[in-house]
Design a protein around this ligand. Structure first.
Ligand code: ATP
Ligand code: MG
Length: 275
């Protein structure tokens, strides 16, 4: 592949808060980096900055400074564990919570300047189904929906998928079950979700796998470290590793989809090239 290869962009989302989106984003990033991929992790929870807190990083500049025109995206990236590069959000910055669609678009386009040395961009989104979540998920190639076995998680995930499908034409979603007791429980959560989507929406959901409920995750969060790094042999870390291997085998985007997306310039191939 030439230097202009496509970048795999995965938005981690799910509707409900506190179901493990940030932990999945961080640990999936680390697992992919461990496999030799060059990973950038974007904290797109713009007002509440989850990732740097989870990793105990203290960034000097954040996305708020990029939006203010004070610096470039390159300047705000910090190197985290495993060599992953993190684009931190601004914690407690109210101005970041209510960005306009144009500002979201500006941020997404700003990534073009850093596309050269990236294989994968993981985007950790905020809870809910607000504009920022929709902007970032649409601009990604893969929407990874995190769910857990709670009725509110299933209904929130359904609401998000419905919005993305009905209003934005998205039809393809990946699903990860988090905090499950057994692998069977993960499959069951997926079945509960597909039962409603199959009935009411024209979408295709693909199951990626499950991450077990594991005390090591909580312990790592308390230490402000990623479980994949702090407890690499834990059940959660092994599950994440298996999921990363699947993610790595997903096909890369070939053609632009005709709306705003990350690294779109890398998808515009010279005519006649069959990828
Ligand atoms: N697999 C797991 N096993 C045990 N605990 C977990 C697991 N995944 C997440 N947790 C716990 O759930 C908490 C919330 O996780 P996390 O911050 O990743 O969720 P989130 O969906 O990003 O939340 P928010 O919507 O607030 O951004 C963590 O502090 C952690 O203690
Ligand atoms: Mg989070």
């Amino acid at each position: 592949m030439g230097s202009n290869h496509p970048v795999q962009v995965i938005a981690v989302t799910g509707g409900k808060g506190g179901i493990g989106k940030t932990n999945v984003s961080v640990n999936l990033s680390l697992a992919l980096a461990d496999m030799g991929r060059r990973v950038v992790l974007l904290d797109a929870d713009l007002g509440l900055a989850n990732v740097d807190v989870l990793l105990g990083l203290k960034p000097k500049a954040t996305l708020a400074d990029v939006l203010d025109g004070k610096c470039d995206l390159r300047d705000v990236m910090v190197t985290g564990p495993g060599g992953i590069r993190i684009v931190p959000a601004a914690s407690g910055a109210a101005s970041m919570v209510s960005l306009s669609p144009q500002q979201h678009a500006g941020l997404i386009q700003a990534f073009s300047e850093i596309g050269d040395n990236i294989d994968v961009l993981v985007v950790d989104t905020a809870a809910g189904i607000g504009d920022s979540v929709v902007s970032f998920v649409r601009a990604a190639q893969e929407a990874l929906i995190v769910v857990c076995d709670e009725p509110t998680s299933i209904t929130d995930a359904y609401a998000l998928i419905k919005l993305l499908n009905r209003d934005h034409g998205m039809t393809r979603f990946r699903v990860l079950a988090n905090m499950v007791g057994t692998p069977q429980e993960g499959r069951m959560v997926f079945a509960k979700l597909t039962k409603v989507t199959d009935r009411f929406l024209d979408v295709a959901l693909q199951y990626v796998g499950a991450v077990p409920f594991d005390e090591s995750v909580r312990k790592s969060v308390q230490k402000q470290r990623a479980v994949f790094e702090a407890f690499p042999r834990s059940k959660a870390s092994l599950a994440i590793r298996a999921i990363a291997q699947k993610v790595d085998a997903w096909p890369l985007p070939a053609n632009p989809r005709g709306h705003l997306e990350f690294f779109v310039e890398r998808l515009v191939q010279p005519t006649g090239t069959d990828l």
